[in-house]
Design a protein around this ligand. Structure first.
Ligand SMILES: [Zn+2]
Length: 143
């Protein structure tokens, strides 16, 4: 299995970016499309594809509140599963000069992930922790 070490955020519209591949696409209504399995390499940013997961929110226009919530919970899930640091969340423009994609304030986004202000509907860290322990116990119990 490939090692996943970072998350790269993009934005996309239906008209451009036709050749880009994103693992996860977040639509205007906040629905989340698992476009490519995370275990597979997707071509979303040259030189960074091998060890990253690419997430794109769908434009045009501003990101919607629903998209922000889904983006936030999706990032949290990936951080937990792959043991990635908040500092390994990048916006496309941070890795590639001359770009504005994903047109988000990445410092603000990382801060919101850190402070947990953003996720009114998602499970708390404690709840996630408990379910992970449950899974571990089940796995151990089978042996
Ligand atoms: Zn991009």
């Amino acid at each position: 299995m490939r090692q996943i070490k970072k998350i790269i955020i993009h934005c996309t519209t239906s008209s451009d970016d036709k050749n880009a591949e994103y693992h996860i696409i977040i639509h205007k209504d906040g629905s989340c499309q698992n476009n490519i399995p995370e275990s597979n390499i997707a071509k979303h940013l040259k030189d960074h594809n091998r060890n990253s997961i690419g997430i794109a929110w769908v434009g045009p226009g501003e990101i919607t509140l629903e998209q922000k919530k889904t983006l936030d919970s999706t990032i949290r899930r990936i951080l937990k599963i792959y043991d990635i640091s908040i500092n390994d969340i990048y916006g496309h423009y941070e890795l590639c000069t001359g770009k504005t994609c994903p047109n988000l304030d990445m410092d603000g986004l990382r801060k919101s992930i850190r402070t947990e202000e953003y996720l009114p509907d998602g499970p708390s860290d404690d709840e996630i922790e408990i379910s992970l322990i449950d899974i571990e116990n089940q796995v151990l119990g089978e042996d």
